[in-house]
Design a binder for this molecule. Structure first.
Ligand code: GTP
Ligand code: MG
Length: 197
């Protein structure tokens, strides 16, 4: 799919104030610093559409971007960031869960995990929560450029093993790098296919 336009629409912490249009929507979620905002920029060929930072905790709100005037990409705050206060964490959690439970136009959640890390409890728990709430999701292994091909295969095999402790099969997954552009065509084709259904 060719991206001919990508525009920022609105940021907020209240799901009730998200755009009203019933367009297909895709959300990027995962731990802080995993590369959600960078991936949105990579997919849309825009350097600063979504704000990124080397320091975790950059994205703090629900950010809607409209793509080709037909569908939304949503950048969300990361979960599991240790340095924010407990009360701030609770507020985050509340609006993230409220976003996922109430946003009926959400077609698919992409759960991003850093391909260098072992499966993390918080990610698996979040995926279980999505499953329990019947929210379709896929997994994205990010920062693939930081690993050799062999190491990447080992990491993904490990991850599959963990996932199969909970699910009968591995969900659809993608391997991406926002620095090299790896995974871009596959991800866009996947979204395009769903949009056409
Ligand atoms: P929060 O908004 O804080 O939750 O983080 P985020 O998940 O949006 O991460 P962000 O896109 O801001 O990226 C975090 C850091 O990782 C930045 O320094 C990025 O440059 C870096 N980064 C993101 N994706 C990649 C990637 O594919 N490869 C490499 N090498 N670095 C990446
Ligand atoms: Mg971000």
């Amino acid at each position: 799919m060719k991206i001919s336009s990508a525009e920022f629409v609105i940021s907020n912490s209240d799901v009730a104030k998200c755009p009203k249009e019933k367009l297909p929507e895709y959300a990027f979620i995962g731990r802080s610093n995993v590369g959600k905002s960078s991936l949105i920029n990579m997919l849309t060929n825009r350097k600063n559409l979504a704000k990124t930072s080397g320091r975790p905790g950059k994205t703090q709100l629900i950010n809607h971007f409209i793509i080709n005037k037909k569908w939304f990409l949503v950048d969300l705050p990361g979960y599991g960031y240790a340095r924010v206060s407990k009360s701030a964490k609770k507020v985050f959690q509340k609006f993230i869960t409220s976003y996922f439970s109430k946003r009926t136009q959400l077609v698919n959640a992409f759960v991003l995990v850093d391909s260098r890390h072992e499966p993390q409890k918080i990610d698996v728990e979040f995926m279980l929560w999505l499953g329990e709430n019947q929210i379709p999701f896929s997994i994205i292994f990010t920062k693939a450029d930081k690993l050799s091909k062999n190491k990447l295969e080992v990491q993904i095999a490990e991850y599959k093993k963990k996932i199969l402790e909970y699910w009968e099969e591995m969900p659809i997954y993608f391997i991406t790098s926002s620095s090299s552009g790896q995974g871009k065509e596959e991800l866009l084709a996947y979204i395009d296919n769903i949009n056409k259904q």
